[in-house]
Design a protein around this ligand. Structure first.
Ligand code: TZP
Ligand code: MG
Length: 217
């Protein structure tokens, strides 16, 4: 089954208030329609990764929402997560695929057209399942984010695109429709859900925008 990228939640430990807050956020967001959850915690020790990943797996698996682990293949294997997402400077995707085997999702961040074109070949070769495209807007969440992509460049990526692609970076309520109209399969968000007083309402609002943009309200 291909991955449903419609509304992809990336968890942030600071915005969620630590592990317990991340698990609670993931549970509420998954119960309200997010289609993927990624555990991302750049500064954590492995033990905290493992324990939080186990807890996330326990709340997400019954809801049939895939759990993706950022960077750490060992953690993904240890908790039998659904996949791994890597950036351009992380473990090469061919290694990630070799370690995970054929039945897990592998995602790759792309920040420019050249990386996107390379990713298309990786998708055709069965190495990756999807790409992240971004940042599409300025973001305060990732301090070392690449420069914001020009709309023209995103449009060029989407021409004849067969590679499942999710936009990321600065996506807040009200900024979803144009991305779906450009041909992205979904949107990945951090601060539009993490740390919101009402996670359920934030999730439902974003989903409604996605469905409206696709014309199936
Ligand atoms: N990768 C590119 S931008 C980003 C990541 C993890 C952060 C996006 O956070 P937000 O709060 O949705 O702008
Ligand atoms: Mg990374």
């Amino acid at each position: 089954m291909p991955i449903d990228l419609s509304l992809y939640l990336v968890l942030d430990p600071d915005l969620c208030g630590g592990s317990a807050g991340m698990v609670a956020t993931a549970q509420q967001a998954a119960a309200n329609g997010v289609t993927v959850v990624q555990l991302r915690a750049p500064n954590w020790k492995k033990r905290q990764w493992l324990e939080t990943a186990q807890q996330l797996k326990a709340v997400l698996a019954p809801l049939n929402v895939p759990l993706i682990i950022n960077d750490h293949v060992d953690i993904a294997l240890a908790v039998d997560a659904d996949g791994v997402h890597v950036g351009q400077q992380d473990l090469p995707v061919a290694e990630v695929r070799r370690l995970l085997g054929p039945n897990k999702f592998v995602g790759l961040s792309t920040n420019c057209l050249a990386q996107f074109n390379e990713a298309e070949a990786m998708y055709q070769a069965g190495v990756i399942d999807y790409v992240g495209v971004g940042p599409v807007y300025p973001t305060g969440t990732k301090k070392d984010a690449s420069p914001v992509l020009a709309t023209d460049e995103v449009n060029t990526m989407m021409i004849n695109c067969f590679l499942p692609a999710v936009a990321i970076g600065g996506i807040q309520a009200g900024k979803v429709a144009s991305l779906i109209a450009q041909g992205l399969n979904g949107v990945a968000v951090v601060s539009a859900i993490c740390g919101k007083a009402d996670v359920a309402a934030a999730t439902q609002g974003l989903l409604a925008e996605i469905h409206a943009a696709r014309g199936n309200t």
